[in-house]
Design a protein around this ligand. Structure first.
Ligand code: ZN
Length: 154
């Protein structure tokens, strides 16, 4: 099988598969060829050199799909940066509403929870750099949260 680039009288370019050049000539003589777009039987073979150029424009194979954060309609059309910000602020909201605010008691409370002296729960609060470092040194899992200045904590 060979592929010929074909051009109809209406200027539509399309491809035709033939057993051979003779096959193409035969089909054309009998008006068996017609344009898939307009049905014109006036079909010419065009130099297939253009294929090389068109080839470069063919879409590249897609990379394997990456797991994407679940999108919601409000995210449609937004750029990835805006979506990331939205997800981040949502995560932060979640964290802030589902955790108990223990304020300045945070270091003590985190320690109690770690040592099973207080019920295990998500807490948030303030700690100085020193207190934070002490918790880390003790192996207590705490995370610092860069809370945006306009985020209400309560
Ligand atoms: Zn046509």
């Amino acid at each position: 099988m060979i592929v010929f680039d074909l051009l109809c009288g209406g200027g539509h370019r399309f491809e035709g598969w033939f057993g051979s050049s003779e096959d193409f000539a035969r089909q054309r003589e009998r008006s068996l060829l017609s344009c898939p777009s307009c049905g014109s039987a006036k079909v010419e073979r065009v130099p297939s050199a253009t294929r090389a150029n068109l080839g470069a424009l063919e879409p590249k194979p897609k990379p394997p799909a990456q797991p994407q954060p679940q999108k919601t309609p409000e995210m449609e059309g937004k750029d990835p940066f805006a979506i990331a910000q939205m997800l981040y602020s949502r995560m932060l909201d979640d964290l802030l509403t589902k955790s108990e605010d223990v304020g300045r008691e945070f270091p003590a409370e985190a320690r109690k929870i770690f040592y099973d002296e207080a019920p295990a729960r998500a807490i948030r609060g303030q700690a100085t750099n020193e207190e934070h470092q002490e918790l880390v040194d003790e192996g207590i899992p705490v995370a610092r949260l860069p809370v945006p200045p306009n985020t209400k904590l309560n």
